[in-house]
Every structure is written in C-alpha cells, then in structure tokens.
Write a protein that binds this ligand. Sequence first.
Ligand code: GLU
Length: 470
Amino acid sequence: MKSTPLRVRFAPSPTGFMHLGNVRAALLNYLFARQGNGTFIVRIEDTDQQRNISPQTIFDDLSWLSLSYDEGPGIGGPYEPYFQSQRTPSYEEHLAYLIQHNHVYRCFCTLDDLEKKRLRQMALRQPPRYDRTCLRLSASDIEQRLQQKVPFMWRFQLDGSSLTIHDMARGPITYDLNHFSDFALTRPDGSFTFIFANFVDDKVMHISHVIRGEDHLSNTANQAALYKVFDVTLPLFWHLPIITNTEGKKLSKRDFGFSLNDLRRAGFLPEAICNYLAIIGLGSFTQEIMSLQELTQALDFNNLASTGHVRYDIEKLRWLNHQWIMRLDLVDLAQRCRLFMPERYKDVPHLSDARLAELLPLTRESMITLADTESTLGFFFERPSVDPQLLDEYNFPAYKNIIVQLSSHIDAATLSKQITALCKEHQLPPKNLFALVRIALTGTPQGHAIADLITLLGKDEVQARINALV
Ligand code: GLU
C-alpha cells in the first residue's frame, strides 16, 4: 500500500508578533517534517483583514530561528498561493459543493440576536448553542429575506451524534456533537471564516498531520465534520499543550519572554530558544543541549505524553542560553556580541571579529545572554569607574602602600608572583590584593585571572589602571 506523504504546515495569522506558542508550533512542525523526511509548509492565514499586520516579521522570525520551509510564501510550491487572502476561489468552490449537497443553510440572525440567545441559554444554564432558527425557515421566507438583501452567513448543519479524531498524544478523542453548534462558514460580509478556510487549505494541500495548539481542540471537531462530508481521510492531529508560567497560569503578554521579540532583544540565541521549546514537555533527555539537527534525531514522536500543560521556566532557558554561548564558534559568537555593544565603544568597528573572538574565551563563561556583552567585555574598551565602597570592602587602606610599590615597577610576566611576595612581606592576605587589582583593571573583584587580564589589556594599560588607584 502506498503510504500518504508526510506534509505538515505552520499556519500563523499575522495579527501580532510571534509568541512562544507560535514558535513552538512552528518548531515542532519543522522537526516532525525533518525527522520523517516530509514537507514543511508555511501558510499565512490572513483572512481577518481588520487585524492583519505585515507577515514579514513572521518570515524574519522563522529565518532567524533557522526554521526553513519547503513550500510557502517567497518559495512557492504546488499549491500556491500560500496566503489565504488569495485563495477565495478555492473556498467558494468548496462552499458550492456543500450547498449542492445540502450540508449548509443560510442564517439571517444578526450578531445581536445571537448574543441575546446566548445570554438566555446561559441564564437557563443550557450550553450555548445555535438554536437552528434559520434551519426552519421556509423557501419563501428565505426568498423574501434575499430580496430584502438581509445579510446572511452560511452555517454547516452538523449531522450525527458523535465524531472521533486521532490525536498523536492523547489517542482517540470522541466529540459529543450535541454540545456543538452548526458553525458558520462565512461571515455576514461574505468573507470566509477561519474554521472553513483552514479546513479547505489543509484538505487541498494534502496536510497529513495537523500540529497546533490545544486551543483549537473544538475547531477540530467542526473540521472533522467537514472532512467527513467531503469523504476525505482525516489528518492525524497533535494538539500541543498550552504553555503556562511558573504559577501554572497561561503564559501571557505580562510574562517576560512571552514574545519572541522580547527574547531576541534580551540577547537569547535562536539555538537556545528552539532547544528549550523542543525539550519542554517532551520527556527527559540525557543530553539536553541539542541543535535542530540533533533534536530532529532525538525527539520521539511515537511516544508523546499527553501532558496537561507545559511550564515555561525562564531560568532553564537562561541556563540553556549560557550553554549555547559556550558552544558557539567564537567568531560566530563575536559577530553576535557585536550587535549588543554600546555605541560608545568607538573602538569596536575597528576591532576585527577575530580579535573579539580572542577575548571571548575569557569572558563568555560569565555570559548568560548576549546582553551581558557590555558588562563582561566593557572593561576592555573603557577604564572602569572604581567604586570606593568596593575598595573599602577589600580593605584598600591597608594595601595602599603595596599598591604604590607595585605600580612603580610592574612586571607583566610575574605580576601574580609579585603580588603574593609583597603581601607576604607585609603580612597581609594576598586574596584582597588580587581582588583590588581586579577592581582596578575591570571594575569587579571576581573574574578573570590576572595573567589573562594582562594578555587582554597589555602591560601599559595594566600599569595605567593600577596607577589610577593610588
Ligand atoms: N491561524 C491559526 C492560528 O494562528 C492556525 C491554526 C492551525 O494551525 O490550524 O492559530
């Protein structure tokens, strides 16, 4: 038997910036396609003209994340166009089929009528469902309204009592259709609804697996009914659990890192973001730091757990980001750090990536995100402002004389030994002096080995900075 080709899609509505739920859906579709040697499609669901913004940010974000697609905007493919706003003839054709086979009826109820009905049902503690008023209209009632040009929408007449779909994580899901309304396929202005356009495109584009957020679970029931009347095999579904914050609440705009933009601006690497979003909620891994290629091999889509939700833990993401900073090629890291350098480091444009790459092995250990570039590398570009309180903390007055002595003849090759010897002579613990020298050189008491600092800054600069202390 010929098996169905594996085809998945990421179908964002361009109504705002990508948030982590979108990114995770795009990523898992991508990884699933790559693992199964399938096709990853991008389709822009821009039917809601009022809420649309330019989809360009979506393309930029996907490219930044390295989630390359095989069919879609800018690339083309056998089912062009990949923008729903340009696919109206296909929706019209499918609607015509449903009209012809009596699966739909016109609904003339106004939004106001519908809202009133809904409130009444709620007051009576009944599930809010469309009461099929318009299904009972006679042919002449309909004719009359059409003549009066009363706006209407097409509703799909749900038939049967239940429907079953297969979810890759949850197994079979059976919907009791008594809880569902005859849903709208068009809006009173004649445009097509999300439920319908999304179904038509998945059908026409031969999507084999629909991987999307669990907020679409009830849409799936309606769409399954459409597949049935068109006599098309249902795709397999994977409804991704919602992402919650550490308190278990749905992640929202108020949570830091909800939008991809926040993370990008805060210096998170696309590698770390993808790595993190792919491993949360998908079991435990002996080796957690994985590239897209490694993730493609490591994820087990045949044994998906049906977790209630996945918890977003920024600390874990920070940890992964640090691991990725340690893992990146140094010249690559240097190029990325450059974007986070303050303008005032005038030297930077003249400093080659190769030179920056030489500095990074000494500083990247203390970087969590690229935004730490300034605090970790800043001392290289400008002399630190020394905090007098910090000097006191390390008992500067007791060491002042030694520092004066030291500053007069620094021997770069043996500075550490010099420090130890002088402290011994004055019977003072060397630890404080090391800290004070570091404060003079970098502004902070911890961090780099003195020898490394000399290599980085050069003897003259070291001498000048120590001199400035006294
Ligand atoms: N446009 C829908 C959304 O952004 C897509 C849902 C789906 O993947 O089917 O939520």
